[in-house]
Design a protein around this ligand. Structure first.
Ligand code: IVH
Length: 788
């Protein structure tokens, strides 16, 4: 950061804050390379808000404070597009693409032209207008001629620059692109909505469109929207490059997100190769696409070709097969998960959707079944997007046969017969059998043994079902006491039960080998990482990323297993609900003894470490006070309270009037005392204070040791196949050495690890001059770091 020595006026300070905040937004939302901690970002925002509140004359159209949304409007104004927003012709077959290219070749009298090849994003098209580099208006496509003014809503999308970077942009510039909702955010949003009875979004595209068309922009601000730029609109007083690919690079320079998947390709063959490649990657992309787009790269050629009706002759959309299909519901069953959640699912007449055969689709929960009114015998639309579980989207009412009945959640668990209960206000119904329910046991052990958890190879659901049903295993720890003889005995009893043929000598040998292999994998799984272990425990709401954050911040199981929830909340990304769920899990004696048993049976965490030095920043007494969620105690009040009572112990006892004397408003003080002295919070407060003191000691000493990792601050990208380890393993090991592992190559990438058959990422790295490591170099580096 260069130090400016401008006069210290509010106007200068506001300008400086805006620049710093927008720089942080750009890094985080466009470059995927966050650089300042959330807390610092919030601080800058608060300071700017304060200045703008005190000096209304400093308001500006490009102020990041506008990103939080404004008061609701009654309707959207109309916007006439300065340049029509076009649509694309669709193609579904290779032949249509060959024809499309041939027409261009004939028209321009050229051979094998270069195309910009791009994903066809499945979101909502918008146009952004910048005047003198400042975002002034944004509109939906509407009918192509006239759209709706959604400027206020678009400002809340942090990937959209409020002010252009650089200085070589035209005085008036319109940029077109797609607003979309990343899949993971969509899933998270819906999971939350389902849990809390909120509005469930049908798919990410509807999510994006619905969010953008909110009259209350604070709702838009709360939705996880993103943006990709892909075309120019009107341009005045300035010129653009003469190739589309060069324009995309300019867009990036000016601060717009442009997908890393945008490439150039030559001729029809190049386009079709791209189509195949993207088709294969489709399911693993972080956002939905419904095809690819080919655009003639040469803009002069584009002008010459012109349009037919509303579609250009120089571009075409090549669509993927539909991800929605129609089929029949044969039955509605319920599955019991590891926490007892009873999830209804439709058993379907097999149907081909987006390249795979689907026989089952989730119905999520009883409310969803009621909302959709799905019945056995109905014809339904199933949708499969990415690697998410297929789901029933809607019923086709016209095709409902006579005599169907509305579905209802069964009253008893189909596995253990215990009652299925749904607590008031809960969306999820659960089997109340807990430990007596074999389904719950099987699911929790299956999760425990999973590839991303303890990774016990060969221990599949079927084997676990038999182990549980025949009484060999009740809990994960029991796995570590099994012997080859146990497996042989289990096999024998299972055969007896199923009436399968008795063993021949040869079959006996195969069975022994199988048992020995399983014992070996179980044994092998004993040495694991803290992160995997935490994930394996199956704590509700603790997925891999939460497990990873817990491991990274606190370092040791002994610490984590005793932390009260307000301290767990100090980790960024862990909210109140998740923290309470972790705390609840560890306060169950049964869970603590299950953990002890696992450790006793030889499970060991080879990567435990001291608390992260980063933790120190979150250990201020104001942070702790704020994390209790005390009614009326805002961040500001928590800071005030922390300043007034250096010894937090006192906050546990002080009478209300002293809080008021210390400067708290009367209602805040009253709320605090009520919270503290009622509902068991005194104990929580005391317990938290003890842990907090421990953490502060630990963080203090960790800080002195100055733990820095060899790859701190570096970003790596993996591509191709490695011979000596899986990509996940490589990722894991690089991360443990401090690297961040990203999914795509950019200028910010420190190095690319390229295995065999490396794909476009390698090309991209070469193009950008990013350092490239082959497998030998990676292994040598890892060995040098003491990781074998
Ligand atoms: S270019 C004249 N590029 O597809 C070209 N469109 O039918 C104008 N879309 O409404 C569009 N990804 O919402 C273009 N990479 C891409 C796109 C894309 C998605 C959508 C866009 C537009 C529709 C065209």
């Amino acid at each position: 950061m260069t130090v400016t020595t401008k006069a210290n006026t509010p106007a200068n300070r506001a300008a400086e804050l805006r620049a710093r905040i927008e720089e942080a937004n750009h890094r985080y939302h466009v470059l995927d390379d966050a650089q300042i901690p959330d807390a610092d970002y919030d601080k800058l925002m608060r300071e700017l808000e304060a200045i703008e509140a005190a000096h209304p004359e400093l308001a500006a159209a490009d102020s990041p404070t506008l990103r939080v949304g404004a008061s609701p409007s009654r309707e959207f104004a109309e916007v006439r597009h300065a340049l029509r927003m076009l649509s694309l012709a669709n193609a579904f077959s290779d032949e249509e693409i060959v024809d499309f290219v041939r027409r261009i070749e004939e028209h321009l009298d050229i051979a094998d032209p270069v195309f910009s090849v791009e994903p066809k994003f499945d979101g909502l098209a918008i146009s952004l207008r910048y005047e003198n580099g400042v975002f002034v208006q944004g509109a939906t496509r509407g009918d192509g001629e006239t759209g709706e003014d959604v400027t206020v809503n678009l400002r809340t999308i942090k990937a959209i620059p409020l002010r252009l970077r650089g200085d070589d942009w035209p005085a008036v510039l319109e940029v077109r692109g797609e607003v979309y909702m990343p899949r993971a955010d969509f899933e998270r949003y819906n999971a939350h909505a389902r849990e809390h009875g909120g509005k469930v979004l049908a798919n990410p595209r509807n999510g994006a469109a619905g969010s953008l068309r909110q009259l209350d922009s604070s709702i838009t601000a709360s939705r996880p929207l993103a943006f990709f730029a892909y075309a120019p609109g009107a341009v005045e007083n300035g010129s653009l490059p003469n190739a589309h690919s060069a324009l995309m690079r300019k867009f990036r320079d000016w601060g717009f997100p442009v997908s890393q998947l945008v490439e150039t390709a030559r001729g029809a063959q190049g386009c079709l190769d791209y189509y195949r490649r993207i088709g294969e990657a489709r399911d693993s992309l972080p956002f939905d696409i419904d095809g690819v787009v080919y655009k003639l790269d040469d803009l002069a050629g584009q002008r010459e070709l012109g349009f037919v009706g509303r579609t250009p002759r120089w571009a075409i959309a090549h669509k993927f097969p539909a991800q929605e299909q129609q089929t029949k519901v044969e039955a509605i069953i319920i599955n019991i998960g590891r926490t007892g959640a009873a999830t209804p699912a439709a058993v379907l007449e097999p149907v081909h959707v987006g390249g795979v055969t689907v026989t089952n689709a989730t119905l999520h929960n009883a409310d969803q079944v009621a909302r959709l009114d799905v019945r056995v015998g109905d014809t339904v639309i199933v949708r499969r997007a990415g690697d998410v579980i297929p789901e029933v989207v809607r019923v086709v009412p016209a095709l409902r046969p006579d005599g169907t009945q509305a579905w209802a959640m069964p009253t008893h668990c189909p596995i253990c017969g215990s009652e299925i209960v749904r607590e008031d206000g809960e969306v999820v119904a659960r089997c109340s059998g807990e430990l007596i329910c074999p389904a719950q046991r099987v699911q929790s052990i299956f999760h425990f043994a999973g590839r991303r958890a303890m990774d016990i190879e060969g221990l599949g659901e079927r084997v676990i079902e038999d182990l549980v049903a025949l009484g060999f295993v009740k809990s994960p720890a029991d796995l570590y006491a099994l012997t080859v003889a146990d497996f042989a005995e289990m096999r024998r009893r299972a055969d007896e039960r199923d009436g399968t043929t008795p063993e021949t000598v040869k079959a006996g040998k195969v069975a022994t080998r199988w048992a020995e292999n399983l014992i070996e994998s179980i044994d092998h799984s004993r040495a694991t990482t803290l992160e995997r272990f935490l994930y394996a425990l199956g704590i509700e709401h603790v997925g891999e990323s939460t497990a990873k954050a817990l491991a990274a911040w606190f370092g040791r199981l002994q610490l984590i297993r005793h932390l009260p929830w307000p301290l767990l909340k100090l980790v960024p990304d862990i909210g109140g609900e998740v923290a309470r769920s972790i705390d609840h899990f560890f306060t169950q004696e049964g869970n603590q003894s299950a953990i002890d048993e696992l450790l006793m049976r030889g499970v060991n965490l080879k990567d435990e470490h001291d608390v992260s030095p980063k933790l120190r920043q979150s250990l201020g007494s104001d942070c702790l006070l704020a994390s209790f969620e005390i009614p009326k105690l805002t961040g500001k009040r928590a800071t005030q309270l922390a300043a007034a009572f250096e010894d937090l112990e006192r906050v546990a006892h002080v009478p209300e009037h002293q809080l008021v004397t210390a400067g708290l408003p009367a209602d805040t003080a009253a709320a605090l005392v009520r919270w503290r002295d009622e509902g068991g919070h005194a104990e929580l407060f005391a317990r938290s204070l003890r842990s907090w003191n421990t953490l502060r000691e630990l963080a203090g000493s960790a800080g002195e040791a100055g733990q820095s990792l060899p790859l701190d601050g570096q970003t790596a990208v993996l591509t191709g196949t490695l011979k000596s380890m899986t990509r996940d393993e490589a990722k894991d090991r690089l991360e443990r050495l401090g690297a961040k592992v990203a999914g795509s190559v950019s200028k910010k990438t420190s190095f690319v690890v390229a295995g065999e058959e490396a794909g476009s990422k390698l090309g991209k790295a070469q193009e950008l001059g990013v350092e490239i490591w082959d497998e030998t170099r990676l292994l040598a580096f890892l060995a040098g770091q003491g990781g074998s």
